[in-house]
Each structure stands twice: as structure tokens, then as C-alpha cells.
Design a protein around this ligand. Structure first.
Ligand code: NAD
Ligand code: ZN
Length: 240
């Protein structure tokens, strides 16, 4: 096994589950009661803007009622203390990684707390609602703001940077993601192709579990602090 200096972490909805945010494909296959095609596509937004805007307004408002859990805090600690390179790529649109203090991270599927203007193409930090059609603070256009979320059929953000990180990683760790949404679901194979060790931490074996060198099954709130402790050498070892 080669020495680990460069770590790439991929997180999904499962890392925020213990904070009280529902995952995408919960037991009922729905996201907060909706089929994903009803709310996560550009077509849905065009057909039924009120439904889609209200849905994301509610998800944005829900962030005020949740806090980061032990898994977010552990990754923030890894970010602060890991001496080598690290990048946390999250598919999540919540802000729990950054609220825990993580800095070396990016949101590949966008963020609830950002709005995208369809008129000027600009992005603005957003805390309030969008369903009421507020004016764009950048261009003054009315009703052009949509959630800055990557819908199905749209290109995830910062793919070039992610591809580069996948090629350079010594260790790729996937946390709380179902392995059902591409291109993220394929990252493990890319990282492995380039020689990375690969580790999955998930509540259930995911669709892509067999692609990983190692899979640990359990809640992120337990598994992530444990793994981070191992990486940072917390474990008490025999002096002899
Ligand atoms: P997913 O819902 O498809 O899969 C979640 C995975 O997490 C499952 O494999 C599940 O077994 C696992 N899981 C559930 N509870 C867990 C726990 N306590 N510890 C560890 N693992 C646990 O999520 P995904 O793969 O991230 O799907 C991607 C899409 O869902 C993304 O595009 C994302 O934007 C969107 N989404 C985001 C949020 C959020 O930001 N919090 C919430 C729901 C959906
Ligand atoms: Zn604008």
C-alpha cells in the first residue's frame, strides 16, 4: 500500500441524516414526499415553478433547525489537522460541512443558500425565499432567480477540479452516498484506476460497494470520527 498523503472525501445525503435531514431515497424512495423527477429537473421547474421553488424554500428554511453532527465535525477536524492534501467533495446542498468548520471543500451539486439568476447568469448568497419571485440583486431582473442546485440533466460544478483530485488521490473515501447518482457514483472507479486506496462508510452496502477495497457498514456519526481518529493517529498503540 502506498503512503497516504492526498485524501479525497466524497459525501452524500447519508452524512446529514443524523442531523435530521432526510436522504434522497429514503425507505419510500421519495425526497420529503416527492418523486425526484417532480422537483429535481429543469423540466419540473419550467412546468411547475411554484412547486419546485416552494420545495427548495422549505429545504433552505429547514437548515436553521439542524446542526452539524459528529461526522461533519470529524471531517472538519481532519481538514484542520491533516498535513497533506485534502478535498471534501459533497453532493449535499445543505451547509453542515462548512458550519462544522470544513474549508477544503466544494459543493458539486450546488447549495441551498445560493440563488442562480437565469437572466444574467450570476450567483448570489441567498437566505430567504425564491417562490415569491424576488428581483436579482445583480441585474435587477424580476423572477429570474432559481435555486443554485444542479438538477438531473445538468452538469455538476467543478468537474475539472474533481477529476484532477481523483487522479491524484492516494485515498478515496465515500461517506453516506447511495452510489445511484452519476457522475459521483463513478468516482470510486476513477480513483481506483489511478491507484488510490478506496474506502466506503455507509449505513447499508451501496450499489457500488463491490468497487471499494473496503466497506464499513454503520452510521456516519460513529464510523467517520473513528476513521478520522485512525488517520490522525489517535489510536493508543502498544509502546513495545
Ligand atoms: P441518497 O439519499 O441517494 O443516499 C443516501 C445514502 O446514505 C444511502 O446509501 C443510505 O444507506 C446512507 N445513509 C443513510 N443514513 C446514513 C447514516 N446515518 N450514516 C451513513 N450513511 C447513511 O443520497 P446521495 O447519494 O447523496 O444522493 C444524491 C442527491 O441527493 C444529491 O444530489 C443531493 O444534492 C441530494 N440530497 C441532498 C441532501 C442534503 O443536502 N442533506 C438531502 C437529500 C438529498
Ligand atoms: Zn440577474
Amino acid at each position: 500500500m502506498r503512503d497516504i498523503e492526498t485524501i479525497l472525501v466524497l459525501t452524500g445525503a447519508g452524512i446529514s441524516a443524523e442531523s435530521g435531514l432526510a436522504t434522497f431515497r429514503g425507505p419510500d424512495g421519495l425526497w420529503e414526499g416527492h418523486r425526484v423527477e417532480e422537483i429535481c429537473t429543469p423540466q419540473a421547474l419550467a412546468r411547475n415553478p411554484a412547486l419546485v421553488q416552494n420545495f427548495y424554500d422549505m429545504r433552505r428554511a429547514a437548515l436553521a433547525r439542524v446542526v452539524p453532527n459528529a461526522a461533519h465535525h470529524a471531517l472538519a477536524r481532519l481538514d484542520a489537522e491533516w498535513p497533506g492534501e485534502l478535498l471534501i467533495v459533497t453532493q449535499n446542498v445543505d451547509d453542515l460541512h462548512e458550519r462544522a468548520g470544513a474549508r477544503r471543500m466544494l459543493h458539486m451539486h450546488g447549495e441551498l443558500k445560493s440563488a442562480l439568476c437565469r437572466e444574467c447568469g450570476g450567483r448570489v448568497r441567498w437566505e430567504g425565499t425564491l417562490a415569491d419571485g424576488p428581483a436579482c440583486p445583480l441585474c435587477g431582473g424580476k423572477g429570474g432567480l432559481r435555486p443554485d442546485i444542479v438538477f438531473f440533466g445538468e452538469m455538476p460544478y467543478q468537474m475539472e477540479r474533481i477529476e484532477e483530485a481523483l487522479a491524484g488521490a492516494d485515498l478515496f473515501v465515500s461517506i453516506g452516498t447511495s452510489g445511484a447518482v452519476y457522475p459521483a457514483a463513478g468516482f470510486v472507479q476513477t480513483a481506483r484506476y489511478h491507484g488510490a486506496q478506496t474506502l466506503e462508510l455507509n449505513l447499508d452496502p451501496s450499489a457500488g460497494s463491490h468497487f471499494f477495497h473496503e466497506s464499513r457498514v454503520g452510521p456516519a456519526g460513529l464510523l467517520v470520527p473513528e476513521w478520522v481518529g485512525d488517520m490522525l493517529g489517535d489510536r493508543v498503540t502498544d509502546a513495545g
